[in-house]
Design a protein around this ligand. Structure first.
Ligand code: GAP
Length: 507
């Protein structure tokens, strides 16, 4: 098994063991690609959400919040293009009866060729040592060149076929590449069909009166439908933004890689309404601002990169992803899209309502253009977890697993321990805990040796542990232990809150 998959497996089992993430309905053998957040997970998720909200709404006077309903009038999704265009190409294997995304079968095939190239490069690196010139090798080695050409040829067939919705073309590519079903091992494929990713349900008390409605596949449409309500009630002037966090639902076919791709997930989206013609300036502004937000968590810059889209969604005139290096490699974490006036114009047309903004500066009415930032909260959670997960060998030969979470995002900020269960230490520790919990999420424990208690807090990422010992009773001081360095200092009880507060600040 590849090493990266090992890391993801370890994170999944750690997330379960320490109450971060559980498989949904586990007692019934689980529901695929649906997850529940446990007591530590819910705190971490809330802290990420709050940090996003603070950066967007609290720090920008021209961005306000919204909490629109998950259910929307079904015409919303006709207007937005989701009924007609929000689909994936599917293919079934007749022997295993398994269903696959046809484009993913081809992409996996290309990834195998890519892996062959990387193997060739690694072998050569070992053989030539310091004298190895990787770029020259990639540009001249006949096997590498042949494999790169194979990938190029496949891309030249796959992407045009996807763009023109040529289902037969995609199927023929699978046949020509002799791709076999990983389960049955056969090449006995059905036709390729488009499959809409929206979940539908019916609203209404009787079968006759019921209307088919959809669970929203993105939170953005609730913002578009409300943009004039918000603008009028807040008297916002363009440029201004509306931020929203909430659940979205997609009937993903290829649901794997833990909480990376789920069927029920949470988005944090912001639509920024701008004067037409200024959208590229704002698009660049938000690309830069969002990358800075990611770096402000303390995760190093080399874990992130931009991927500018060549193939644009039906609503966009420019789009980029912020990709993060997950254990499975670099993958999309957030999208920044210049959505033009596509959505508002479509809602004007379908609703027959004017959605224009009167711009007092130029005395003109127009449909604003929109620049969107859209990040998956669960994906951000996985990014933070996977970067934080650390296995350490200590000087005394023992090992520990420590979640090096950014301290301000950690589920508990402080753990308070009496050294022993007697001599009045628990009472003193409780008194300290009661004071601290007014300001911070705290955890109290008196069971087991102090070393074991420290390890348990390391494993969930608690940045500070306060220990009350016999000296505390004499001089009102405690020790404060820092998670990453494991160093302890002695400080006065009345200084704890200030010291912790200062260290939790986002730098
Ligand atoms: N409103 C634009 C929009 O929804 P998107 O690229 O489809 O754009 C935005 O989704 C973000 O939502 C992605 O970058 C990703 O972080 C998250 N996301 C999308 N599908 C997801 C899924 N099935 N599971 C978890 N997160 C998902």
């Amino acid at each position: 098994m590849a090493k990266q998959e090992d890391v993801l497996k370890k994170i999944i089992s750690h997330a379960k063991e320490y109450g971060f993430v559980f498989q949904s309905s586990e007692i019934y053998d689980g529901l695929s690609a649906v997850y529940d957040y446990g007591p530590n997970g819910v705190e971490l998720k809330k802290n990420i959400r709050d940090y996003w909200w603070k950066s967007m709404v609290q720090f920008h006077e021209n961005i306000v919040g919204l909490d629109a309903a998950i259910f929307m009038h079904p015409t919303t999704w006709k207007a937005s293009g989701h009924v007609d265009a929000f689909s994936d190409p599917l293919i079934d294997n007749k022997d295993s009866k398994k269903r696959y995304r046809a484009d993913v079968l081809v992409e996996d095939f290309m990834a195998k060729i890519e892996a062959k190239i990387e193997k060739e490069v690694t072998k050569a690196k070992k053989r030539f040592g310091d004298a190895f010139d990787e770029q020259q090798f990639r540009e001249t080695n006949p096997r590498v060149l042949a494999n790169m050409k194979k990938i190029e040829d496949i891309k030249n067939r796959l992407y045009p076929a996807m763009d023109s919705e040529d289902m037969e073309g995609i199927r023929q590519l699978i046949i020509d590449l002799e791709i076999a079903d990983p389960i049955s091992g056969t090449k006995n494929w059905t036709e390729v069909r488009q499959f809409n990713l929206m979940f539908s349900t019916s609203m209404g008390s009787t079968a006759d009166s019921a209307t088919e409605i959809y669970l929203r596949p993105e939170t953005a449409q609730g913002i578009f439908a409300n943009y004039l309500n918000v603008q009028k009630t807040t008297r916002m002037k363009i440029p201004f933004g509306i931020a929203q966090t909430g659940k979205a639902f997609r009937n993903e076919i290829v649901a794997r890689q833990f909480i990376f791709r789920m069927r029920e997930f949470e988005q944090m989206e912001m639509q920024f309404f701008v004067r037409p013609g200024t959208e590229m300036k704002w698009y660049e502004y938000w690309k830069d601002a969002r990358m800075k937000w990611h770096l402000s968590t303390g995760i190093p810059a080399d874990k992130y990169r931009f991927h500018d889209h060549d193939k644009l969604a039906h609503y966009a005139n420019a789009a980029a992803d912020i990709e993060f290096e997950f254990p499975m490699g670099f993958k999309e974490l957030e999208g920044i899209h210049s959505r033009t006036d596509f959505d508002l114009k479509a809602h004007e047309e379908y609703s027959n309502k004017k959605l224009r903004y009167h711009d007092p500066e130029i005395n003109e009415s127009y449909v604003p253009y929109v620049v969107e930032t859209s990040i998956g909260l669960d994906r951000m959670f996985l990014a933070i977890m996977s970067h934080a997960y650390t296995e350490e060998k200590l000087e005394d030969g023992s090992e520990r697993i420590v979640m090096k979470l950014p301290p301000f995002l950690a589920p508990n900020k402080v753990a308070v321990f009496p050294l022993t269960k007697k001599d009045g230490l628990p009472e003193k520790a409780r008194e300290i805990m009661d004071g601290l919990k007014q300001d911070y999420m705290c955890f109290y424990e008196e069971k087991d040796a102090i070393g074991k208690r420290y390890r348990r807090q390391d494993a969930i990422g608690t940045p500070y542990c306060i220990t009350v010992d016999h000296q505390t009773l004499e001089d009102n001081t405690v020790t404060i232990r820092e998670r990453d360095t494991m160093k302890q200092e002695r400080i006065a009880i009345d200084k704890i809150s200030g010291i912790v507060g200062d260290r939790l600040k986002v730098r």
